[in-house]
Design a protein around this ligand. Structure first.
Ligand code: FNR
Length: 350
């Protein structure tokens, strides 16, 4: 209905300009130190970043994680960033398709196949909306945009901070199991900035999930976004919880240790540059994921602005592999690294 779409545009306004990344939050990636190799013995052009994902081959291990759809403005964001992903061989996700499930006329704002015919494309729906629409409803959302896979998002922290949000989180695993059976390798389960830890990841994998985006703490905080929209007691609780979550570095390293190498892991949540991409890959991610930085670059400079930001990220990622003497991500993972400070404490507990 109208309110879903209006809420989406309010979210975009807040994310474009507001303080949605609380300064006290950290991914803890500052506690990961890759080690310099003074004699790399390789050429930058030799570094191989190709990565399989959703049955396709990416040219770089990067996912533009799902953000938006449902309004005209959202449609422009989707098309610019999908085109960017198509041109550079990244994966791309649309945002929650709830708005088009409620009103089919909004489908066009999620449709990117005309500008991104070959991109590895993810649809997106919230777990609790998926419960309502069932497997067939979710499949219809994926088919309507020609998606290669479907992202199922978890956002209990956001819902509890949203005055109109869900309060009952029972029955989630049962739905995940049904969706995993129906979608197989085409299902991805993601958080939205509070992180997936090893216990939840292990259970998801036991139910058949093969792609997980940990989406940890340290970047966009949806609790903060809802805090900024809320008033009164709700806003006060939101303020208290806007630093809640598992930092991205702790989430990705602990989840990789908990699940087998056949599980594709994405690390998003506060990943902001190519060196940080290299760090999450070294910690066990198959892909790095980013939302806010590319969204903001697009809002400020359109497609060209987003492309400029991406080029810096890709150059720095490649540079990190050269300077660690790594020809590819598999070699990067085998290099020694220093893990210091609070990240060590997190990993000792997880
Ligand atoms: C998001 N995110 C998101 N996730 C999701 O699964 N469905 C959605 O509809 C949205 N919407 C959305 C809008 C905007 C404007 C942003 C910035 C983000 C969450 C996103 O995919 C990602 O998990 C987190 O934002 C963490 O990554 P960053 O932003 O810190 O790079």
């Amino acid at each position: 209905d109208e309110t879903t779409a209006r809420r989406k545009d309010a979210h975009l306004d807040l994310c474009a300009t507001g303080d949605v990344e609380p300064a006290q939050n950290s991914t803890l990636l500052e506690h990961v130190h890759l080690i310099h190799c003074a004699m790399p013995e390789l050429a930058a052009d030799e570094v191989d970043l190709t990565t399989p994902f959703l049955g396709k081959s990416l040219r770089a291990p990067l996912l533009v994680t799902g953000m938006t759809g449902g309004t005209e403005r959202a449609g422009v964001v989707n098309r610019d960033l999908a085109l960017l992903a198509e041109r550079h061989g990244l994966a791309f996700g649309v945002g929650s398709q709830r708005a088009m499930a409620e009103d089919a006329s909004r489908t066009a704002s999620y449709a990117v196949r005309d500008v991104a015919p070959t991109v590895a494309l993810l649809g997106n729906i919230g777990l609790y909306q998926a419960i309502g629409m069932g497997v067939d409803g979710v499949r219809r959302l994926a088919d309507a945009i020609g998606a290669d896979g479907m992202a199922l998002h978890l956002n209990a922290g956001q819902e509890l901070t949203q005055p109109e949000g869900d309060r009952d989180f029972r029955g989630g695993y049962r739905v995940v199991e049904e969706l995993a059976r129906a979608f197989g390798e085409r299902l991805l389960v993601k958080e939205t900035g509070c992180g997936i830890g090893p216990d939840v990841a292990r259970r998801l994998v036991e139910l058949g999930v093969r792609n997980v985006d940990v989406s940890g703490l340290g970047g966009t905080s949806w609790v903060r976004v809802e805090q900024l929209r809320a008033a009164g007691p709700q806003a006060q609780v939101g303020a208290e919880f806007s630093g809640w979550g598992i930092p991205t570095a702790a989430a990705i390293a602990s989840v990789r240790a908990a699940v087998g190498p056949e599980v594709r892991l994405v690390a998003s949540g506060g990943v902001r540059g190519g060196l940080e991409c290299a760090k999450v890959l070294a910690l066990g991610a198959d892909l790095a994921g980013m939302a806010l930085p590319l969204f903001r670059a697009q809002q400020q400079g359109g497609f060209a602005g987003a492309e400029e930001a991406l080029k810096v990220i890709l150059t720095a990622l490649r540079q990190a592999l050269v300077l660690t003497g790594s020809r590819n991500v598999a070699e990067l993972r085998r290099r020694p690294r220093v893990v210091s400070g609070a990240l060590k404490d997190w990993l000792a507990a997880l």
